[in-house]
Design a protein around this ligand. Sequence first.
Ligand code: NAD
Length: 474
Amino acid sequence: MQVTEDIVRNVVSQVLSRMGKPAGTKPTAIPTTSSGVFAEVDAAVAAAVVAQREFEKRPLDDRRKAIDCVRKICKERADELGRDEFEETRIGRLAHKIEKLHIAADRIPGVEFLRTEAVSGEKGIALTEYAPFGVVGIVTPVTHSLPTLAGNAISLLASGNSFVCNPHPSGARIACKGVRLFNEAIARAIGINNLLTIIEKPTLESAQAIFDHRDVRMLCVTGGPAVGRAALRSPKRAVVAGPGNPPVVVDETADLDNAARSIIAGAAYDNNLLCIGEKEVFAVAAIFDDLLVAMARYKAVRLDAKQLEALTRVAFVPAGDDKSKLVVNKDLVGADPAVMAEKAGFRVPADTELLFAETDERSPFVDHEQMMPFVPFVRCTDVDHAIALAKKYEHGFKHTAIIHSRNIETITRMGREMDTTLFVQNGPSTAGLGSGGEGYLSFSIATPTGEGVTTPLTFTRQRRSTTVNAMRVL
Ligand code: NAD
């Protein structure tokens, strides 16, 4: 083996890190050539272990510096990285790919989110502090490859962890580019490389190897039902950000103009790739026609029965052994409305935001998480009927539900009934993550496992330190 300068530097940095350096000393580690991108899970985890051991000895300020590297790259290179993601995945909208990187940088909480809880009494004090787990295995979706990775990076670095990522194969190139850029910047800022590691050519086997790896202490998976189930089979603690099928209820008291604008804003965002995005609307008969008229005022195009039938035929394909099941046609996921229309054999203006139509509840667009910029509207007899259908077609994912109503009693009832992680009233779904509403952002909303909108605290172990008969200074 030829001994290169990089190998020598890496060995020196690892030996120094194992000897331990007092917190706050100037870093000595120099980046290796890998910059976090690995062919094999074992090598990625081993590098992430070494990096995390060094990181947890460092002061909080080094965590801030590492996070700042991620935020700065997301902001300053948003145009380039958003375009790369768009060109690789070919789904969604370029402007929103870019915007998601800006909002990840601006609105995902960092070290300030960690807090120490204290109890002080006659017998002394007790502190509860939030410690890192170590290496966390993460899985990211194709719908927001780099934004999810960057968001997980901010949360995990804030809490002192490192990660090994198995990205979606169709978004792996941009994910690897992000990891490389983040690691190089972090290595320059604090002298630790490989805090963020990734598998260059991810497969289901590499995901499983991460789930099974003894040095991976915790999992955070973001995606559909299959990955959630796979992570929950692992004996490790798993944070599962699973699928949704967010329903919207509109009652007779709603501000219809606001309801229409909100439904379009949420469902058209990134061509309806958001897991929180409005997927089907249940509106009461008293305002149904007026709501549809309001929709058409904001660049949403209403389809007639023939167009709806043609679109349904191309948007879903038969699956299963006997072809009796319908599944979403992946070719149309995240497609532009004009492209969807063209595939179905009709034309709409190129700047169309959203397609919509009246359907009945048996339309596959109601039942499936279609992730396309078409929203079905179902006419309901009254608000009880609308809430019952919303509950039925949310499928118990407990993810996101939206209502447009000015009736406090109805809003409260629907909130209780749906029992979802996010419940948005009188705004677009994105308000639930702080875009046009209050609150912080995450691209991993843990639904079945209950952590909600993930934060740095999600990835911590609670540790209590008790001082007996001292330190209470009152
Ligand atoms: P997907 O389920 O096809 O893939 C998600 C990730 O899981 C990918 O990296 C994929 O390679 C991996 N994966 C799939 N099956 C696996 C298995 N059996 N074992 C290990 N890994 C496996 O989903 P997608 O199309 O990339 O993303 C869209 C889905 O993700 C939607 O259902 C959406 O609702 C959901 N999502 C949820 C959130 C949230 O915060 N709750 C955020 C974004 C997306």
